[in-house]
Design a protein around this ligand. Structure first.
Ligand code: HSE
Length: 434
């Protein structure tokens, strides 16, 4: 068989990782693909000391790679949605298959790019776009193909999980941990993408599209980050038997699909609650298989390279066998169905609430009355004693049953308006994931 010829665009963290893993394991990788894989052209604006590309053809103009008539598969690892989009469009127009780790590009422009690729008879593979090294895309599109997916929930941003873990275990400062995540190459170029949930929203949209056979709808995801999480809430959650994790959740309801990213209290006995550091994990509930859990490194050079190269093997296998066959890497457009995405107000979840309440008779009664009017009952409660007689207000942290978000927001506003409550009520959604 003739070797499959590959062009690599970008030599940043993931690009250099991909180059290194490909060179190190080339023989095994080619054996698995059933054909030789040959990296023939690299496009990178600058060298990266993390990899030695001497002996390879390197162009400073990355577009030279997609214009190279010899290249059959373009690996796009430059990130972003401007130049990367143009690059991928050119690659498709030039009849080249594309492998990408670019979640923003797929989440925001995937619908149009997939349509272009399908029309041109090439494929776009994007395993590395979600949960780094975990083969979750392959699990969703192949391993779980028999299932109607009921819901999925994932820790899909390594940086956010690393920050929450360090805050909980070592009492470290948010900014200090974020800086370390940047130095380790986990964080996005703009780290607000990590801490405000945008990166997780990109990944969730991709997973939801595969789970529910629907077009990508990034603009409909509800997204809340972790920058407002207070150490005291981490502590009270632990006392109540819960952990705070930043989750992406997609759930099928009779009325539509929930798509939401937010900090979430989950019971600490769940396996996923114990996924710490930069590790990612995705829990998928299939109607036939039941719950399945996937775990692995969600970011970093070589874990992400592992996913990039897995796609390369799939594509190379198809190219080597018959260049006219496009590998099926998800639902083709004919199978996609529009679905209603539920606004967050229409979502029902349980809640953790923390407030500073005047320590006097009748106050708890006022709070429970408001919650009860909203249909919420209190499932558990922690109230702290006064530390001194000079202290009038005490912390109250409580867990409610499941209630409509809109009703809970009304109740919170009423609680905040009570004279016996000082400041704002902290609110974190809760999921049992059982
Ligand atoms: N910034 C991302 C994360 C990188 O921390 O998970 C992997 O997508």
């Amino acid at each position: 068989m003739k070797p499959v010829k590959v062009g690599l665009c970008g030599l940043g963290t993931v690009g250099s990782g991909t180059f290194n893993v490909l060179q190190r394991n080339l023989q095994e990788i080619s054996a698995r693909a059933g054909t030789a894989i040959e990296l023939i052209h690299i496009g990178a604006r600058r060298d990266n000391p993390a990899c030695d590309t001497s002996g390879f053809k390197v162009s400073r103009d990355i577009f030279a790679v997609v214009e190279d008539p010899e290249v059959q598969v373009v690996v796009e690892l430059i990130g972003g949605t401007t130049v990367a989009k143009e690059l991928v469009e050119k690659a498709i127009a030039n009849n080249k298959h594309v492998v990408t780790a670019n979640k923003a590009l797929i989440a925001e422009f995937g619908n149009e790019l997939f349509a272009k690729a399908q029309a041109q008879g090439v494929c776009i593979a994007y395993e590395a776009a979600v949960a780094g090294g975990i083969p979750i895309i392959k699990a969703m599109r192949e391993g779980l193909a028999a299932n109607r997916i009921e819901w999925l929930a994932g820790i899909i941003n390594g940086t956010g999980n690393f920050i929450l873990t360090e805050m909980r275990d070592k009492g470290r400062d948010f900014a200090d941990v974020l800086k370390e995540a940047q130095e380790l190459g986990y964080a996005e170029a703009d780290p607000t993408f990590d801490v405000e949930g945008i990166d997780a929203a990109h990944k969730l949209v991709i997973l939801a599209s595969l789970a529910f056979a629907m077009p990508l709808q990034y603009d409909k995801v509800f997204c809340e980050g972790i920058s407002n999480i207070q150490p005291i809430d981490v502590k009270y959650a632990e006392e109540l038997g819960y952990r705070i994790k930043h989750l992406g959740i997609a759930r099928r309801r009779d009325t539509g699909i929930e798509l939401r990213v937010h900090p979430t209290l989950i019971p600490h006995k769940r396996l996923i609650a114990n996924v710490d550091g930069v590790m990612n994990s995705v829990l998928v509930q299939g109607e036939a298989v039941g719950p399945t859990l996937y775990y692995g490194a969600g970011a970093g050079d070589e874990p992400t390279a592992s996913a990039v190269i897995a796609d390369l093997v799939d594509v190379a296998r198809a190219v080597a066998n018959d260049t006219s066959t496009v590998p099926a890497l998800g639902f083709t457009a004919e199978y996609l169905q529009d679905q209603t995405i539920l606004p967050i107000d229409a979502v029902e979840t349980a809640y953790y609430l923390r407030m500073s309440a005047l320590d006097q008779p009748g106050v708890m009664n006022q709070i429970t009355q408001i919650l009860s009017n909203a249909g919420a009952s209190i499932e558990a409660l922690v109230q702290k004693e006064r530390q001194s007689s000079a202290q009038d207000y005490v912390d109250v942290a409580l867990l409610t049953n499941s209630v409509l978000e809109a009703d809970m927001m009304t109740a919170i506003a009423e609680i905040e308006a009570l004279e016996s409550i000082s400041g704002e009520v902290s609110r974190i959604r809760m999921e049992s994931l059982g």
